[in-house]
Design a protein around this ligand. Structure first.
Ligand code: SPV
Ligand code: MN
Length: 658
């Protein structure tokens, strides 16, 4: 069919607006934008886009077309055949390969594209603005020129897919509409598993509703359909225009706009509007008598967040990003996503039965960067032996294969992942799509702290919790981010990579949010990574199943606790009963003493590190942060002078720490 025939005459809606403001209100885009769309879209695709009366959407798509010059454009209208087309094209074009189990596919990212890339992820900062120096940034005009230069003509000969999606349940006060343009069918397919589709909802958007816009191109691909110009990888955040550019990468954390890219825009929107966008899971813990209590939890990547959210016996709403609002004096939250892009390493039938089952039965799953042999996926720590050869992120793999630098290539990448819809999990919580969200009873912060904090404790109040467990969260870098592993760092509220406002302001927003609530959630700190003197972990992986039950009981005042210098800690008898009830196991007193001993030198050293970080790196740190620090130091010194460097939890009740 000739292009002339494919393009129909313009429908009625394309009358010339009188002014930009009028255009914004009426949903009609300006003449230049309309002309680009009319001449570059096939008639049916043009109609699909024009059925959505939103000038910013039209402008963004027209700009993406002009910049990236795709051979064709597919506007996904979310019909069953559209979704099927995306799924089939991901395979037909070689971005995914089918596996033996029905519905399962595998995708590989390049060897230098196996995680989020902090180095090349930058905020575009207008000249008149400034961000904390801890944040990676570039002057806006310079950055725009660079990234748009890399995207120029990047989709030549390819199809650009346009998807309209919603962060949070559609038709909810929490929802943010988003549009993604990408030339990767893998990215478009992943979005189908991970987010709520919203084409129909876009038909009813007020024309001046804010949109988040994401433009992605995988860039030049090699014969394996893998982005091949790693040195030209860029992820640039233009917060002024609510637009993010991503190029020369396929790893979902760098490309799927609604994931970490949107979180950076949402933090700014939340700051303007008085709510919170957080890097948190959302789950229900099931208490006595059929009671359900909702918890949100922030952990740095690869520190136990997803496996906590998925605990057997509890129900999951989300494992990564939650939005919070004050509704009638109570904190309510939604998961912005409807699926999981989870780490597959160590998922095994014993510790993670629910997700293991979902990953080994027919249904839609995209595996990434696993080892594939005879159509079956294999990963590290799956609880059975791995084949000695197969296909992995390095191409054809065999035992002993080395990198250019002589290092051994593992059979599967540590950051290998799966994408699956939450609805595929047997323990998905029925409130997942409640437009009002769920009431949050407790929030949890967890880092990777080898020597200071106890495995579980409750803060003295909201302010103490936000500061001492959230803002002071210490961790170690992990494989989920490119670069060296095991480097100690502060990662405030586990969200530092995504905070797009001054860090002190972000902490203040959290403090104020809680202060405005009639009943703020209780705040807990967990540490799954505490070690003994010999460097051995003092807890087992499964212990978290007990910690969540203890938190649930605390929210309802059903158990007491002992006052320590860093928070309230559990009584032995309560944990002993819970270990028996939840894990059918004994809980020796010596384990309790080892785990909950207050370590004074280590905690005082922690305070020093935290103080230095905030004095040197965060010029707008709130005064409350230093006050809480001084109070905690005073309590620690009191305990040290009363009982020495290491205080048994059994001695806490009689110590009367102030
Ligand atoms: C994380 O690394 O925190 C993730 C995966 O949740 S990513 O999409 O890479 O952000
Ligand atoms: Mn995450």
């Amino acid at each position: 069919m000739s292009p002339a025939k494919r393009r129909r005459a313009a429908p009625e809606v394309r009358t010339k607006p009188h002014s930009p403001a009028a255009a914004r209100m009426s949903g009609v885009c300006n003449e230049a934008t309309e002309k680009v769309l009319r001449t570059r879209l096939a008639a049916d695709q043009y109609d699909r886009l024009m059925a959505l009366p939103h000038p910013q959407l039209h402008r963004f798509v027209a700009d993406a077309i002009e910049l990236c010059t795709p051979g064709s454009v597919f506007i996904c209208a979310d019909r069953a055949e559209d979704i099927r087309y995306i799924r089939e094209q991901a395979v037909a074009r070689g971005e995914e390969r089918p596996l033996a189990t029905a519905g399962h596919t595998v995708h590989f990212d390049g060897i230098q594209d196996q995680g989020r890339d902090r180095e090349v992820t930058r905020y575009l900062v207008p000249r008149e603005d400034s961000l904390s120096k801890a944040l990676n940034q570039i002057e806006r005009e310079e950055g725009l020129a660079e990234v748009r230069g890399l995207l120029a003509g990047a989709m030549r000969g390819r199809t650009m897919i346009v998807r309209c999606l919603s962060l949070g349940p559609a038709d909810s006060a929490f929802a943010i509409p988003c549009v993604q343009c990408t030339d990767s069918f893998y990215v478009a397919h992943s979005e189908d598993l991970l987010y709520r589709t919203a084409y129909e909802r876009f038909k009813h958007l007020a024309p001046d509703t804010d949109l988040f816009c994401f433009l992605h191109s995988a860039g030049r691909l090699n014969g394996d359909m893998v982005s091949s110009e790693a040195d030209k990888k860029r992820i640039y955040i233009d917060y002024r225009e609510n637009t993010i550019y991503s190029v020369n990468t396929q790893y979902a954390g760098n490309t799927v706009g609604l994931k970490k890219l949107a979180l950076r825009l949402a933090v700014r929107k939340a700051d303007r509007e008085g709510w919170l966008a957080e890097h948190m899971f959302l789950m229900a813990v099931h208490g006595p008598g059929g009671r359900k209590t909702y918890f949100a939890g922030a952990f740095p990547s690869a520190c136990g967040k997803t496996c906590t959210a998925m605990l057997s016996g509890e129900t999951i709403l989300g494992d990564d990003i939650a939005y919070f609002r004050n509704v009638g004096g109570r904190a309510r939250a939604v998961n912005t996503e409807s699926g999981i892009f989870g780490i597959i390493q160590t998922v095994n039938p014993k510790d993670d039965p629910t997700i293991y089952r979902a990953l080994t039965t027919p249904g839609e799953v995209i595996f990434s960067n696993v080892l594939v042999k005879d159509g079956r996926p294999y990963w590290l720590g799956m609880g059975s032996d791995l084949p000695k050869d197969g296909l992995n992120f390095s191409g054809q793999w065999y035992e002993g294969k080395t990198n250019g630098d002589g290092s051994l290539i593992p059979p599967a990448h540590k950051n290998a992942r799966y994408s699956i819809s939450l609805a595929a999990l047997a323990n998905c919580d029925p409130e997942l799509n409640n437009p009002e969200g769920v009431p949050v009873g407790g929030i949890v912060y967890g880092g990777r702290d080898a020597d200071a904090y106890v495995p579980i404790q409750q803060s003295f109040d909201w302010e103490h919790g936000i500061i001492a467990y959230g803002a002071w969260l210490e961790t170690e870098t992990t494989f989920a981010i490119l670069g060296k592993e095991g480097v100690s760092e502060i990662n405030l509220m586990s969200i530092q990579d995504f905070v797009s406002i001054p860090l002190g302001k972000y902490i203040r927003n959290n403090l104020e949010f809680g202060a405005r609530l009639q009943q703020p959630p209780l705040v807990f700190g967990v540490n799954y990574f505490l070690r003994d003197r010999e460097g051995k972990f003092v807890n087992q992986v499964r212990d978290k199943a007990v910690w969540v039950k203890w938190m649930e009981l605390r929210v309802h005042g059903d158990v007491g606790a002992a006052r320590s210098a860093t928070g309230w800690v559990p009584h032995y008898e309560d944990l002993q009963a819970l270990f028996r009830q939840v894990l059918a196991s004994d809980y020796p007193l010596e384990d309790y003493v080892k785990q909950f001993t207050l370590r004074l030198p280590e905690n005082l050293a922690k305070l020093q590190r935290v103080e230095k970080f905030y004095q040197e790196e965060v010029s707008d740190a709130p005064p409350a942060l230093f006050q809480v620090l001084e109070e905690q130091r005073r309590r620690l010194l009191f305990a040290q002078s009363a009982a020495g460097d290491y205080v048994s939890p059994l001695d806490l009740p009689k110590m009367r720490i102030p």
